[in-house]
Design a protein around this ligand. Structure first.
Ligand code: NI
Length: 195
């Protein structure tokens, strides 16, 4: 499987709405998913959406490793093995939101704080064409919202409320120890997710 080239912010493919996959079980879809997983692993990412590899389809691959979930939300969220989502749809569950730093393979070396719903319902199709519905919270829910945004042409910097906190990871690191409070007044580390 080839490692695919990742589109960076500014490329028009990242700003357009991706199309529904008509047949999730088609061999082409499985091949693309394999290449996306390999590309995500190679780039050490948490998630990757098809438009990020110049393919305008509603396909996401992602994973949540225990270590990372622990770091981001004290392990409140679950560990998720590498999973492919075909035609994913997200629906918020409740009004509660959290702010945490995100990063993106299409916006290299940068990070910024983004508000996301704390709990969501996810519906998607598998590579076998089966429809799956599940709920997610915390870091898991954040990763899903970030990746599904890519399918609608939205990059995380478009959602940053305080642009003064958007910057290069190595420069943001200079304020190490600085913390971000969410609306519950809960303290959060300025860790960035490489989605
Ligand atoms: Ni991203």
């Amino acid at each position: 499987m080839p490692i695919l080239k990742i589109a960076r912010m500014g490329h028009p493919i990242l700003n357009q709405r991706a199309d529904e996959v008509p047949d999730p079980a088609a061999p082409d879809v499985a091949r693309l998913v394999d290449a996306m997983i390999e590309t995500m692993e190679d780039a050490d990412g948490t998630g990757l959406a098809a438009p990020q590899v110049h393919m305008p389809w509603r396909i996401v691959v992602y994973k949540v490793v225990a270590e990372r979930a622990e770091e981001e939300d004290g392990g409140a969220g679950e560990t998720v093995p590498t999973t492919a989502l075909i035609n994913p749809v997200i629906e918020p569950l409740g009004e509660e939101t959290d702010v945490a730093f995100e990063a993106c393979l299409s916006v290299p070396d940068m990070a910024g704080p983004v508000r996301r719903f704390a709990r969501i319902r996810l519906t998607y199709q598998t590579l076998e064409g089966k429809t799956v519905e599940q709920e997610a919270e915390g870091f898991h829910a954040r990763v899903l919202q970030h990746e599904c945004d890519h399918l609608d042409g939205v990059l995380y910097p478009m959602r940053i409320e305080d642009m003064r906190q958007f910057g290069f990871v190595d420069a943001l690191g200079k304020g190490h120890g600085q913390r971000q409070s969410d609306e519950d007044g809960e303290e959060r580390d300025d860790a960035a997710a490489d989605d």
